[in-house]
Design a protein around this ligand. Structure first.
Ligand code: NAD
Length: 293
């Protein structure tokens, strides 16, 4: 009998070792995510993260050229059956509805919505023209409302719950004397997410926010005028912006698109965050926790 026992143990150890070597199931298989601003820096990183775990992605973006090239790159890496692109202006109700129609037609619906398309604009209160104010509200607050509402409707109609992830900003939590309209619009996105969480809860639809601090590398926002203005406002060279934000942060670390993608993935994935809704995750290297500068 001891011999038999030893044999049994050896047998099960070998079986266990075999299991460890087997490829793990990918948690996003069968899931479809629509990512607005999917041709931009953060949106693209989020799409890649979901694709890497077996999901399908619809990239929705106003920039048709960037959409074509990012779509081609992601299709090449993850298979063309997993990636679709749709030209979409988030300020237009018809365009947003058409994007969700495309997701339904191509993949049968949407399980995850990442509302991310956006802009950055700098101006203190007195320099904020009505035009600048309206532009911020229209792309950010209204855009997130339209996209969120259509995603919500589609998830409700499917009857299988879902996850909405809103990429807002540190500036939705605190004011900045360099971006009055942007701060107000980002705060609106955060409050919208709470409404989606409240109304979605009985339907199994969750809604959460990821707040990035400055994500410089990879972001198209941080090219051209915006970058120039941030450098001038902080009296440094444009090339030193990333180091400037890093040194100013509590952790002394830069935030990258991939960091925002990981945080977004957490809220997107049912197996990780089934019990989180109406929440906010700041990916800010500690900046919102204390006044450090
Ligand atoms: P990005 O410019 O690289 O990407 C934004 C994408 O949104 C672009 O591809 C652009 O074409 C698209 N877009 C703009 N207007 C649109 C519209 N009307 N309809 C559809 N698509 C539109 O910028 P990013 O850094 O990836 O920013 C993504 C989100 O993260 C934005 O909402 C931004 O406000 C937020 N954010 C960024 C930072 C940062 O420092 N990069 C910090 C905090 C928050």
């Amino acid at each position: 009998l001891p011999e038999q026992e030893a044999f049994d143990i050896e047998y099960w150890l070998l079986e266990e070792a075999k299991l460890q070597r087997m490829p793990k199931p990918k948690p996003m298989v069968g899931k479809v995510a629509l990512v607005t601003g999917g041709a931009g820096g953060i949106g693209q990183a989020i799409a890649k993260r979901i694709l890497a775990d077996g999901g399908c992605v619809v990239l929705a973006d106003i920039d048709a050229e960037a959409l074509a090239s990012v779509g081609a790159e992601l299709s090449k890496a993850h298979g063309k059956d997993h990636v679709r692109g749709v030209a979409c202006d988030v300020t237009s109700e018809a365009s947003v509805i058409a994007a969700f129609d495309k997701a339904a037609l191509e993949f049968g619906g949407v399980d995850i919505l990442v509302s991310n398309a956006g802009i950055a604009s700098a101006a203190p209160l007195e320099d904020t023209t009505l035009e600048l104010w309206n532009r911020n509200q229209s792309i950010l607050a209204t855009g997130y409302f339209l996209v969120g509402r259509e995603g919500f409707r589609q998830m409700k109609a499917q009857g299988t719950g879902g996850s909405i992830v809103m990429i807002a900003s540190k500036n939705g939590m605190v004011a900045s004397n360099q971006a009055t309209a942007y701060c107000a619009a980002k705060a609106a996105e955060i409050q919208l997410s709470r409404s989606f969480a409240l109304e979605g809860a009985p339907l199994g639809i969750r809604s959460n926010v990821v707040n990035p601090d400055a994500v410089i590398r990879g972001s198209k926002i941080w090219t051209g005028k915006w970058s120039e203005e941030r450098a001038a406002a902080n009296k440094i060279d444009e090339g030193d912006l990333e180091a400037f934000y890093r040194e100013r942060s509590m952790l002394k670390r830069s935030v990258f698109p991939e960091d925002i993608a990981e945080a977004s993935y957490f809220f997107a994935a049912e197996h990780l965050s089934a019990k989180s809704t109406g929440n906010i995750l700041n990916v800010d290297a500690g900046n919102l926790a204390a006044f450090t500068r």
